[in-house]
Design a protein around this ligand. Structure first.
Ligand code: DQA
Length: 150
């Protein structure tokens, strides 16, 4: 098992378990497992391991973030719709202090106004949105570059 400093968490919020069949015109037809396998391969090629967790439950996600503090070097997070209002998730990320890269398959800034605010962005190193599954790969690459620059 890779040491925590060489291990990343890919964390996915609500409804992302439905990728593949969920609104394919927006999110495509690849499943979450497809995205995770590409992102994990990207991490491995850079010398990192990656684990993946998904939950539709805000409290469960917060619990996972708390645990992540001792297990991982950083988080690639697609918080789904929690992105836009879940200040408790914002606070959890801030409390743990791990580097976070926010990712989205779609580009929320180009969608409905309620998707334009992200409460994750202020506690993230940066955000990657609009590149479909490539957003996860780019998120992993950006996080590893950040970690290696420390
Ligand atoms: C999403 C964008 C969110 O606005 C939406 O609620 C999702 C998916 C994305 O990956 O594009 O569930 O995070």
């Amino acid at each position: 098992m890779a040491a925590p400093h060489k291990r990343l968490l890919l964390l996915h919020g609500p409804n992302l378990n439905l990728l593949g069949t969920r609104e394919p015109a927006i999110y495509g037809t690849a499943t979450l497992a497809d995205h995770v396998s590409r992102a994990t391969a990207a991490a491995r090629s850079l010398g990192y391991e990656a684990d993946s967790e998904q939950s539709n439950d805000l409290g469960a996600l917060i619990g996972i973030v708390h645990q992540a503090g001792v297990r991982y070097a950083g988080i690639v997070l697609n918080a789904g719709a929690f992105t836009h209002f879940a200040w408790s998730l914002h606070d959890a990320l801030k409390s743990v202090g791990l580097p976070v890269v926010e990712v989205h398959l779609s580009n929320p800034a180009a969608r409905e106004p309620w998707r334009h605010e992200s409460v994750i962005a202020p506690v993230a190193i940066g955000s990657i949105a609009g590149f479909g599954g490539e957003s996860y790969v780019l998120g992993v690459q950006a996080l590893v570059r950040y970690l290696e620059s420390k």
